[in-house]
Each structure stands twice: as structure tokens, then as C-alpha cells.
Design a protein around this ligand. Structure first.
Ligand code: TYM
Length: 341
């Protein structure tokens, strides 16, 4: 059966971008009987950006509770839900992949390049402000995907490059170690993108992102959600003047939550000159309608961290035994290390 896998970095509070780009499609996929699902909390990736243990812990709990509140039902068979760092084999696989990954490919990673540019713009000519962790980010991500031989990785557009890199590392490994012995160790993963919500904009119209500080938390209390939605940037056109849907953050957000008919109606309202206040109210109502029941479950789950913890731990134990440990035994042998079992 098809294996679907995705993760969210535990570096902050989950936002609407994470929801429409990752959680919502993944939970929907988990309902299909003929797929296997691997969903995880990328806490090792979080260490690249957040060096505050309390914050990492808090974010891990919030993101775990979000997945469960959104309807994920881990069953230790078809639906797995775990913490990246609990599957310790991932870090070992990261090293095997590091030893086949081309440095030139990593040099071209968007996040790393942006950090180098920022550093140079600030007049730093050595790169010591950039950690090797940031540079290695795509290799760790490839290990996440390859350790469970995922076929499909549902992600937002920002992650496509990383999936392509994972394919490249997998191919190199297969070529180097597999071809001589007639084996294929890794499946080549593919990104699965939901076209109409590929990049959800944030409050300022740029991509919604923790790093731009423009996010709308998925489970913000109702009043705060409303306040944030009313602070979305718009142009200065008055009620009665026709509005552009093109490039409108408000319209794109609406589209990510509304049905095709509702979206068409909003498009018509834009042309008819709906006032921004009315458009924002409609957007708020639409989002709150979808999120309110989930928010209630989220708040209940956040009050029971021990239950979440137990679930994560049990999943990781079973998942290692079933998948990760046997794979690593094979890989160790393939690269010429002693089988430690
Ligand atoms: P992260 O934590 O930045 O984002 C988690 C998921 O949310 C999606 N996303 C968005 N989608 C639409 N619009 C947005 N504005 C938006 N912002 C975020 C991201 O595309 C992603 O799907 N490196 C990953 C985590 C990770 C991972 C993996 C993912 C680690 N290992 C293996 C897949 C497979 C990340 O930092 O995502």
C-alpha cells in the first residue's frame, strides 16, 4: 500500500498554514483504508532554530495536540504518530546519507542560501553565525522520509526542494550500494501538493511563516482569531469600489477554507465592491466554523499532556521494532559496518 509521510517542526505554535498545508490533507488521507500513514513531530529540526528547551517542549505538545484535535487516530498499524527524536535510527541514517550527499546540492538549499545572503548583507564574511545544522537540514529531512520508505510526502510548496534532495540522496545510495548487489534500498519519494492552497499567505501578504511573525495560530481563542483576521493587510479601496482577488491575502485565505461555490460567490462580491470589513467578517465566520469544534478538543487535550506523551512513546517503540530497527540492520550491513545485533 501507499505510504504517506509528513512532519511539522516543533519550533512554535501551529498556524493556519500548517493546518491547510499539512495537517488537514494528511488527516483526510489517513481515513483512506489502503494507505499507510507516518506523521511526526520534527523536534530534531526544531533545534536548528530554537535553542530554548522549554519552547521546544511546549511546541511539541501543542503540535501533537493539534494533530489529534484535527482527527488523527493513531492505531500503531496503518496510522503512526510519533516524535522524530524517539526514532533514534533516523540520526544514524542521517549520517549514512550525509556520506553520499553532494555538498553542491546542499549549497543550493533555499533556507541555507538565504542565511548566507543575510549574513553577507550584514557584513559578516565568515559564516560562523550559520550552523552546520542549518546546512544539514535537508539530509535529516531525507532520513525522516527514507527511513519509512515513504511514497508520498504532502507538504506546502516551500518544501518541494527538500523532497527533490531526498530523491537525489536515495538515488545515490541505491546506485552506490544497491546496484552491485542487485538491491534497491530506498523508494524515491514524491511531494504531494494541494494546488489551490499551496502557499497560504500570512497577515502581511507574504507566506505565512513563523520566521516572518505574520502567523494566525490555528487554535487562537475566538476573539484573538477575529482580531488577527481583521488585521490582514488590504489595499485602501473603499466599499463600492471593485477589488482585485489577484494578490489578495484575504481572498486566498478564504479560498483555502471555502467550497468552490463559496469561493465563486466571494469572487463576485469582490467585483461588486464588497467592503473590506464585510469581507473580513465573512472570512472569520468561515474559518471559525471549521476550527471551533477542533479548538474545543485541542483545549481538552492540552490539559492531558501525559496521555499524549504515552501515545507518542508507544508509537515510537512499536514503529522502531516494526520498521526502523530492521531497516538499519540491513543498511549497516550494506555499507560495511558490523551487524551489532
Ligand atoms: P514546517 O514546520 O515549516 O511546516 C510544516 C508543514 O506546513 C506547511 N506550511 C505551509 N503550507 C502552506 N502555506 C503556508 N504558509 C505554510 N507554512 C508551512 C509546510 O510546507 C509543511 O508541510 N522541514 C519541514 C518539517 C519536516 C518534514 C520532514 C516534512 C521535517 N522532516 C519530512 C515532510 C517530510 C518543516 O520545517 O515544515
Amino acid at each position: 500500500s501507499t505510504r504517506i509521510l509528513t512532519g511539522i517542526t516543533t519550533s512554535g505554535t501551529p498556524h493556519l498554514g500548517n493546518y491547510v498545508g499539512a495537517i488537514r490533507p494528511a488527516v483526510a488521507a489517513s481515513r483512506s483504508p489502503d494507505v499507510q500513514n507516518f506523521y511526526f513531530l520534527a523536534d530534531l529540526h526544531a533545534l536548528i532554530k530554537v535553542q530554548d528547551p522549554t519552547k521546544v517542549q511546549r511546541s511539541t505538545l501543542e503540535i501533537a495536540a493539534s494533530w489529534l484535535a484535527c482527527g488523527l487516530q493513531p492505531d500503531q498499524d496503518r496510522v503512526w504518530f510519533y516524535r522524530q527524536s524517539d526514532v533514534v535510527e533516523t540520526t544514524e541514517l542521517t549520517w549514512f546519507l550525509t556520506c553520499v550527499a553532494g555538498k553542491g546540492i546542499l549549497n543550493r538549499a533555499h533556507a541555507y542560501k538565504a542565511a548566507v545572503d543575510r549574513n553577507r548583507a550584514e557584513g559578516e564574511d565568515d559564516d560562523n553565525a550559520i550552523t552546520a545544522g542549518l546546512f544539514m537540514y535537508p539530509v535529516l529531512m531525507a532520513a525522516d522520509i527514507l527511513i519509512f520508505n515513504a511514497h508520498k510526502v504532502p507538504v506546502g510548496r516551500d518544501q518541494i526542494q527538500h523532497i527533490e534532495m531526498a530523491r537525489d540522496f536515495a538515488q545515490r545510495f541505491n546506485h552506490l550500494y544497491g546496484e552491485p548487489v542487485g538491491k534497491t534500498f530506498f523508494t524515491l519519494p514524491e511531494a504531494a501538493i494541494e494546488e489551490h492552497v499551496a502557499t497560504l499567505p500570512g497577515l502581511d501578504g507574504r507566506k505565512m511563516s513563523k520566521s516572518y511573525d505574520n502567523t494566525i495560530p490555528l487554535f487562537a481563542p475566538r476573539e484573538q482569531l477575529k482580531k488577527l483576521i481583521f488585521s490582514i493587510v488590504t489595499d485602501s479601496r473603499a466599499p463600492g469600489e471593485a477589488k482585485d482577488t489577484e494578490g489578495s491575502a484575504l481572498f486566498q485565505l478564504y479560498q483555502a477554507f471555502a467550497s468552490a461555490e463559496e469561493t465563486a460567490a466571494m469572487r463576485a462580491a469582490f467585483a461588486d465592491g464588497i467592503g473590506w470589513g464585510d469581507a473580513k467578517q465573512t472570512l472569520f465566520d468561515r474559518i471559525d466554523q471549521e476550527v471551533a469544534p477542533l479548538r474545543e478538543r485541542y483545549n481538552e487535550l492540552m490539559a492531558k499532556p501525559a496521555v499524549i506523551e504515552e501515545q507518542l512513546r508507544d508509537n515510537a517503540v512499536a514503529l522502531r521494532e516494526r520498521h526502523a530497527t530492521p531497516l538499519l540492520r540491513t543498511l549497516r550491513e550494506a555499507v560495511g559496518l558490523r551487524d551489532l545485533s
